[in-house]
Design a protein around this ligand. Sequence first.
Ligand SMILES: [Zn+2]
Length: 377
Amino acid sequence: MKWSISLLLAVCVLAGGLTRADGVDAKAHAAAVERAVATISEPEARGMVRLLTDPHVAGRGTGSEGFLFAARMMAVRLEELGDEPFYGDSYLQSFNLLGGLQSMNVLGFLPGETRETVVLSAHLDHLGVEYADFDLDPRKLSGYYPGADDNASGVTAVFQVAKAFARIQREEGRLRRSVLVAFWGAEEMGMRGSEALAKRFQQTPSLRVGPADLVFVMNMDMVGRRYEGDDEAPGGRKTVLVIGSPRTRTIEQFAHRNPILARVLTESAQSDPALFLNFDELRQNLRAKNVFEEPKAVWWRFWGVYGRSDSYTFAKMRPGLATLFFCGPEHPDYHEKSDTWEKLDYDRLVRISRLAFRVAFAIAESAVTPICDCKEE
Ligand SMILES: [Zn+2]
């Protein structure tokens, strides 16, 4: 009685799902998800940010030994998680920049049951060292840019999200969708790392996934610092800026352009009432207290955060692709040598990382593909 079995399954799904279609008990599955969430920890976040901002890493400048070390370290960490290399036997994708400079992306892959792929990403590079003079003489080094918030925080968050994915896969086997973890090089030089991968996608159809396989791209940048808007967040909650489309200022506008993603975000955020999701795409530059009153606000009115993230590279590559960019405010230490590890709020970093995992995981195990109406009229 085929129809009745289908009907029974449909009733189960509508009733909140006593069993998943693949027979995994829903309660056991929910417990496994919570165990994966719990692997995202504050001590690991603090440790990784401290390593990435260590003086020996020298600000992870493009083309530097410090960046190379950071890239190799992240490749080893992905290998330890059980992620596979994305290209052959290498986790690294090198690419050339003008002036003979070279950089690389670190790419790990967790194969799912299908080629459909969720991308988790953050830029690994920062501004490197500062010279007292313009002749780049190493004897005249005057300091380095640690880039703790920008973007050791995002790298750490994405790594821990990847760790939670690896954990649940160990317990429950392959997810429906594959996961590509990407730490970009040369973002500070104009999002060159993500562009290098997008180009490779388009030029090399034989890659294990192609542009058509991407179902969701999540990027994280500057998610460790206190947000000035926290004063306005209800109940003094910690704010995270959530960007998924251009010129979106409210959850309603976001939901209009990104209905599926809005639902996943809203449901995922219920697990942490201490977080406040701010959807104001034009709100990034908080050095201007009121962006609509200060003179430079005229400029910001037309250019928010949407186009300033590596996820935008893929939104441009494939119109309709849903992307999500978690970020924070431009604070006084932004792109300064004072962006140091001890100024981060690690409780915030962990809460945002856990939310990011819940969102990405919900999409990775679903058969539903979020679509964005992201026209930039
Ligand atoms: Zn950044």
